[in-house]
Design a protein around this ligand. Structure first.
Ligand code: TRP
Length: 453
């Protein structure tokens, strides 16, 4: 049985596609990365820019990926070759590389989530939320849980994703939302939470004006990362669609859910961090872990809530990781004729090794994460948007209208959106990101290298 047979089966239920796409979108990006970026990039100033990018770019870019996938029914490399001609297959190749890089460090952070799940069961982090994070985020603990998470992903993907994705997403999304609401309500009752809300909700435009060079690429990167855009996940998932769905409606649903869950994570994190006197910026990549561990140590039934929460959180990370892995695996099978299990094991091992250095120091998370989210994803996004907007636009508008009906001027608006504003904004953002990354490499990263030698 080839990969396409296995996957086509997956979307046999009407909900399969949308659940898989939501499962891919909702993950560490919402609960970990979003609050971490808000904290680093000036709070509500970042929030405003991020919402702007989601609205401006999110829908038009997700639709661009959907139509390419549904039209061709192929993996990203094959799909781009078919719609664009043979040199566009290199863009597909870039997508495969990006998937490889992202999952390598994604798995390290997801390993932290697994570690916190265990820590909730044993009460390991109770009473010392900050020290606990520092202890487990790097070193052998981190490496071990990175290995465990990667093994889980390999296990699920090598069996095909049918039951894995559909079942976990069906239970995970509602569970995660309910628990986040409970935690947000708890956070609201904390003395000192007002400071957290102020940080999160009152945009100071002076911050945007002063720091736009770092806020713009960070916000664009977050929009791509959280919506799983810029590396062909949505191409791959849409390639298994048999039916004429209304892709516009699906896109809005996915984006709405994903954004809502991220906003909720901020409502949990900031009141707790400020109430605890930690503030936003200090814990960096550990922000949400420290905030949550602090909360679970304090509240009634915290241990039970914590256990359930980190379980749901881990499932969210898993359904996203599966989508990253599936892009690379489907490519190896389709284009190189590899057997599925073998492909998954080899690729997973490679990703594990590439991610291993991330467990050395937290600065390594930035090294991988900024490169992937702020540079590689927008680059992939720009190239795809140019292809769809300028080169194959007529065929793609036609594809979008399948399942919607006559698009009228909406089709034209979509294409022009892709052609000019999306490309322009992303090119600016990418340029800024490259400059920021050079600063990072010559600054904090060089310092880190200096301190170890
Ligand atoms: N969107 C997921 C999250 O927020 C991560 C993810 C899955 C992803 N697939 C992706 C990010 C593709 C970028 C590209 O956790």
């Amino acid at each position: 049985m080839g990969v396409t047979d296995v996957i086509r089966e997956n979307w046999a239920t009407r909900l399969g596609f949308i659940l898989a796409a939501v499962g891919s979108a909702v993950g560490l990006g919402n609960v970990w990365r979003f609050p971490f970026q808000v904290g680093q990039e000036g709070g509500s100033a970042f929030l405003v820019m991020y919402l702007f990018f989601v609205l401006l770019i999110g829908l038009s870019a997700i639709l661009a990926e959907f139509v390419v996938g549904r039209r061709t029914e192929l993996n990203p490399v094959g799909a781009l070759r078919e719609v664009g001609g043979s040199s566009w297959r290199y863009l597909g190749g870039l997508f495969i590389v990006i998937g490889f890089v992202i999952l390598s460090y994604y798995s390290v952070v997801a390993g932290w989530v697994l570690r916190y799940f265990v820590g909730s069961l044993t009460g390991g982090y109770f009473g010392e939320p900050e020290a606990y994070f520092v202890a487990i985020a790097t070193g052998t603990d981190a490496l071990l849980f990175h290995a465990i998470f990667m093994a889980l992903v390999i296990g699920i993907v090598s069996f095909g994703v049918k039951r894995g994705i559909e079942l976990t997403v069906k239970s995970m999304v509602p569970l995660l939302v309910v628990l986040m609401v409970v935690l947000a309500v708890y956070a609201a009752t904390l003395p000192g939470s007002a400071e957290g809300y102020a940080y999160y909700f009152s945009p100071e435009f002076s911050v945007i004006v002063n720091d736009w060079q770092s806020i713009v690429p960070a916000a664009a990167g977050q929009a791509f990362f959280t919506l799983s855009l810029g590396m062909g996940v949505m191409i791959t998932y849409a390639s298994y669609l048999g039916e004429d769905r209304n892709l516009g409606f699906d896109g809005v649903t996915i984006i709405g859910l994903d954004t809502g869950i991220a906003l909720l994570a901020g409502l949990v994190a900031f009141p707790i961090l400020f109430a605890a006197g930690i503030g936003a910026a200090d814990p960096g990549a550990g922000a949400i872990f420290v905030a949550l561990a602090g909360a679970f140590s304090e509240i009634a039934y915290g241990q039970v809530l914590g256990t359930v929460f980190f379980f749901a959180f881990a499932l969210g990370a898993l359904t996203s990781a599966i989508s990253l892995m599936e892009v690379v695996v489907s490519y190896a099978i389709d284009e190189h004729g590899m057997e599925r299990r073998r492909a998954t094991a080899v690729i997973g091992l490679g990703m594990f090794l590439l991610g291993a250095p991330v467990t050395i120091d937290l600065v390594m998370v930035d090294l991988y994460d900024i490169l992937a989210a702020q540079i590689l994803l927008p680059l992939g996004g720009i190239l795809l948007v140019i292809l769809v907007g300028w080169i194959i636009n007529e065929e793609m508008v036609d594809e979008l209208s399948r399942g919607i009906g006559d698009l009228g001027s909406l089709g034209v608006a979509w294409i022009w959106m892709l052609r000019v504003p999306v490309v322009l904004v992303l090119v600016v953002s990418l340029g800024l990101a490259v400059m920021g990354y050079v600063d990072f490499l010559t600054g904090p990263f060089a310092e880190f290298l200096g301190s170890t030698s």
